[in-house]
Design a protein. Structure first.
Length: 289
């Protein structure tokens, strides 16, 4: 299953009320080595409420549960966590924010006001990042798509700079999961960051997606770490656990990220094939460097 499936389901529900986390639970949170800040993406855990995932994650040493809408933010705060990457505003009927993004000028009329409002909400909550997407090519060449993204994003970045929120465009693969997605190579994303020239616009480097499109993960991280504000994980093939069942050495990747001096968040975004909290706990141990 893909993120889009879970996001649709999540947008159709309102977060359930949750009991406050006990002080004892927060104080008992295990100490991690501290070189990386850990997060988890809620859509990967459809059978857990935000409150349940936040409570369990806090006990494991998570600092964030992410890809959430504003109604869910109080639940993570009750457990001493943040939402390190906020969801975008909802798209109009018949559109989806993954496929209808900033690379089309006609989308700016709803994207710009939606993002300006969401930036205010993220800043008020005290969270650091807001996700965005290029959208699908649908016949656009890479240069035109790039310039259209620059045009639209320049309309929201002054607000992001004023509010201290970083807008992050996610790199996704167009080979397996998101056919025709435009921001599908690091070089295209880096060019966009350079043209915008704002400290409040960076990339969300999804390791799983870029393994499919490019490989050479650690060299890319070392070369372009200044362009990256956030990381997502996922085992390849299949976007399942990041252990020995897949081809990437996530401990070495986490070590490389930490060695760049990265101070943002690395979020687990894999779909568990067994007890989800067992898999999450294992992934945190692998990336705890």
């Amino acid at each position: 299953m893909k993120r889009r499936t879970f996001v649709r389901a999540g947008l159709a529900t309102v977060a359930a009320a949750a009991l406050p986390a006990s002080t004892a639970c927060i104080e008992a949170r295990p100490a991690r080595r501290g070189r990386l800040n850990h997060s988890a993406c809620k859509w990967c855990y459809p059978n857990l409420t935000v409150d349940e995932l936040a409570a369990a994650g806090a006990a494991m040493g998570l600092r964030s549960v992410e890809l959430l809408d504003p109604p869910d933010w109080p639940a993570v705060k009750r457990h001493g966590l943040i939402c390190a990457m906020a969801n975008p505003p909802a798209a109009p009927d018949g559109m989806h924010f993954l496929t209808h993004g900033f690379n089309r000028l006609e989308h700016h009329e709803w994207l710009v006001p939606g993002y300006l409002k969401r930036l205010e909400e993220v800043a008020e909550a005290g969270f650091p990042n807001l996700i965005c997407f290029s959208g699908n090519r649908a016949g656009l060449d890479d240069e035109e798509g790039l310039e259209n993204c620059v045009t639209g994003l320049k309309k929201i970045l002054p607000a992001a700079e004023r509010l201290g929120v970083t807008v992050c465009m996610e790199l996704l693969n167009s080979k397996v999961d998101h056919p025709d997605y435009q921001c599908d190579h690091t070089a295209w994303g880096v060019a966009l960051v350079d043209r915008l020239g704002s400290d409040r616009f960076k990339l969300l480097y999804d390791i799983y997606h870029m393994q499919i499109m490019e490989g050479d993960i650690i060299r890319t991280i070392r070369t372009y770490h200044d362009y990256i504000a956030h990381y997502h994980t996922g085992g390849n093939p299949g976007r399942h656990e990041i252990n020995e069942t897949q081809e990437l050495n996530y401990r070495a990747i986490a070590q490389a990220i930490a060695d760049t001096g990265f101070t943002g968040y690395i979020a687990q975004e894999f779909i568990p094939t067994r007890d989800p909290l067992t898999s999450l706990r294992e992934a945190l141990a692998i990336c705890d460097v």
